[in-house]
Design a protein around this ligand. Structure first.
Ligand code: ZN
Ligand code: ZN
Length: 371
């Protein structure tokens, strides 16, 4: 029995391919990668949405804004009608995963499931919004680090449509989606990240881990701005935000990979890219990612110990200038700050002013490797 069967070919990045994956138990999953429009150094490739053909078939993710209709066409190619589906599950609230959701729901009346944090963050809270220009945006983008010139043009309509979506809430921890299929809440890349574990055979990981790309971590600091929305149900920032939590999530997945070494990984980006498949081994990829973050911590301590303790200085010294163009600069700053938070938490850095640091002389972050 062949694991992978290409039903429709796409382009070199995998855009608009339709692929059937047949697991040893006979469970079919269709990969439906819809196009993204980010480009240059930040090209993620398409978003891989998945159709899981379990007893109650369901879709995971809905592509980015404008891709809902395309997704329906691809489902049709796979031979699946929307009425066959029980629900669509959102892996996390980033626009490249839930952008097409409102459109899809409007066309099909599909039910939506997502983590409780997602349900809270897609709503508007005019009294709690941090600044006037964010009043019409839902809580999930109050902490977005993209400049106003970007989000007012690109995001407003998408958020407006989503605010009215009804969500069946998936809880934290591990929850059943049906026979042998569970979700696991693994926050850190975003506070609402869910992985879907299909028995002992496969895992749909969303953006929690990706081939070729290092998923960016959130920062504890991001909780501050939306605490008013979350604190009732999620009172601790460190339970859902930050690099430390992200690494803990990777640790949980690593244990799963150790127990089930043959588990197939279905990632949300770069599964197929540059005309090639990127097969991911859960444990190996997680070790690479943890190694990457440990190295970055070491590099930051090195820069700060030479007297360059302001975040802007660390960013400039750490990244190649080509990566700091346009939105790259915001992403790089976020990346450095998430590591600085972890280093402060461990006692390796001391924050002496806002986003300004000194080294303490310890290197406790190194224990990350063994945790
Ligand atoms: Zn994401
Ligand atoms: Zn993504």
């Amino acid at each position: 029995m062949k694991y992978k069967n290409i039903i429709e070919h796409g382009d070199k990045s995998g855009n608009n391919m339709v692929v059937r994956f047949r697991l040893p138990s006979g469970l079919d999953i269709f990969g439906l990668p819809t196009q993204n429009f980010y480009s240059g150094n930040w090209d993620l490739g398409p978003t891989w949405n998945y159709l899981v053909m379990s007893d109650t078939p369901f879709l995971v993710d809905a592509g980015r804004y404008g891709q809902g209709g395309q997704l329906l066409k691809m489902m049709n190619t796979a031979g699946v009608a929307p009425s066959d589906l029980g629900f669509v599950l959102i892996s996390h609230g980033h626009e490249d995963h839930d952008g097409g959701l409102a459109e899809l729901v409007a066309m099909t009346s599909l039910k939506v499931r997502a983590h409780g944090i997602y349900d809270l963050l897609i709503r508007q809270y005019p009294q709690l919004a941090p600044a006037d220009h964010k009043r019409h945006f839902p809580a999930k983008c109050w902490h977005c680090f993209m400049p106003e010139s970007f989000y007012t043009v690109n995001c407003l309509e998408y958020h407006r449509m989503l605010q009215h979506i009804e969500v069946e809430v998936v809880g934290s921890g591990v929850n059943s989606l049906g026979a042998g299929i569970v979700t696991s809440h693994l926050p850190g890349h975003s506070p609402d990240c869910l992985a879907v574990i299909l028995g002992e055979e496969a895992i749909i990981v969303g953006d929690i881990l990706l081939p070729q790309i290092t998923p960016w971590p959130t920062r504890l600091e991001m909780y501050g701005g939306i605490a008013g929305v979350l604190e009732h149900d999620f009172p601790n920032a460190a339970d859902i935000f930050g690099l430390q939590r992200y690494l803990q999530s990777l640790g949980e997945l690593r244990r799963l990979g150790m127990t089930h070494p043959d588990m197939r990984v279905l990632p949300a980006h770069r599964f197929y890219y540059g005309g090639q498949w990127n097969v991911v081994n859960l444990t190996e990829r997680i070790d690479e990612l943890i190694g990457h973050h440990v190295e970055r911590c070491a590099a930051i301590l090195d820069i700060v110990s030479h007297g360059h303790g302001r975040v802007e200085e660390i960013v400039q010294r750490h990244f190649d200038p080509s990566l700091l163009q346009g939105p790259g600069k915001h992403m790089a700053t976020n990346e450095i700050l998430s590591h600085c938070e972890l280093l402060v938490d461990r006692g390796d850095l001391v924050e002496i002013g806002r986003h300004q640091y000194e080294t303490s002389g310890t290197r406790r972050f190194q224990t990350l490797i063994s945790e």
